[in-house]
Design a protein around this ligand. Structure first.
Ligand code: T3D
Length: 263
């Protein structure tokens, strides 16, 4: 039972909803703990959960760090920002990136600061028309953390990333699509169904292949082409042993849809 997130499981996928609506689903330490616990638990369910939707309750996806939590106390003592980032954001973002379940982010509204990073770290990113992305860090005198400097330039290129980081201007959903930050934009009222349709599809897919593909794409950015070729072949070593590979080939030859099991 969680207080800051809502979790449900259906049809082989989980839906995790950030639910601190009053502060636009900002992230406090308790939410970090709940998210980490929930992701680890879902991952432990193995073939029972083969896709995950992350979204927010209300008009925001996530406003990043809960700024109430970091305000100086009456004695002027302030939290050490780097410590907070290391204890909360590093484990959370690492978990999201390494999750052995493909992730779908349904960006239902504003995604600011670490909230934008959280969305951009997901595998399939679907924005509602009214969603917007805000690299809010410079507005409070910080550099992007939570993987922002890794994620955004890879999606949009250095110049456009630095523009967003420096100006902290909101990027609306259609611009986010043009820039390659999201792969789909849908009318607000269609967001839930669209994300569930994708999650249902992924939940029936070759989970291990999806995770290997994410890994290959992410590692590929910092590899030579030749190294990438070798890395792909090593991933295929592993996938070639999987049930899903045998099933995929058999289904093709028998001219029937494959019944993947995520193993
Ligand atoms: O120490 C560290 O900070 C390290 C960690 C860094 C990671 C980060 O994420 S840094 C970036 C932190 N986030 C921000 O700076 C974003 C702050 N929020 C905003 O800029 C705006 O709220 C939005 C652009 C996201 C939305 O604007 P708008 O006009 O639609 O809504 P609003 O009126 O500003 O906010 C509505 C309520 O949510 C309001 O509370 P109230 O007045 O109704 O009681 C507002 O204070 C609250 N809220 C919004 N964002 C946060 C928040 N409360 C706490 N923390 C927030 N991040």
């Amino acid at each position: 039972n969680y207080e800051n997130i809502e979790v449900s499981i259906q049809e082989g996928y989980a839906e995790v909803v950030l639910s601190r609506e009053k502060s636009l689903n900002s992230l406090n330490t308790e939410t970090h703990k709940e998210l980490l616990h929930c992701l680890a638990t879902l991952e432990g369910m193995r073939e029972g959960v083969r896709a995950l939707i992350l979204t927010g309750r209300g008009r925001a996806f996530c406003a990043g760090q809960d700024l109430e939590e970091v305000k100086p106390d009456p004695n002027g003592r302030q939290i050490r920002v780097g410590d907070l980032v290391r204890s909360n954001y590093v484990p959370l973002m690492q978990k999201v990136k390494d999750l052995q379940i493909p992730t779908v982010c349904a960006v239902n509204g504003v995604a600011a600061g670490a909230g934008a990073s959280l969305a951009l770290a997901c595998d399939v990113i679907i924005a509602a028309k009214s969603a917007r992305f805000l690299q809010a860090f410079s507005k409070i005198g910080l550099t992007p953390d939570s993987g922002g400097t890794w994620l955004l330039p890879r999606l949009v290129g250095r110049a456009r990333a630095l523009d967003q980081f420096f100006t902290a201007e909101a990027v609306d959903s259609s611009r986010a699509f043009e820039l390659g930050m999201v792969s789909r934009v849908v009318e607000d009222e269609r967001l839930t169904e669209e994300s569930r349709t994708v999650a249902r599809q992924l939940a029936k897919g070759p989970t291990m292949a999806y995770i290997a593909t994410r890994r290959a794409v992410d590692l590929g950015y910092s590899m030579s082409f030749s190294d990438s070729l070798i890395m792909e072949s090593l991933l295929q070593d592993h996938l070639g042993e999987s049930y899903d590979y045998r099933e995929g080939v058999a289904a093709f030859l028998e001219k029937r849809p494959a019944r993947f099991e995520g193993r």
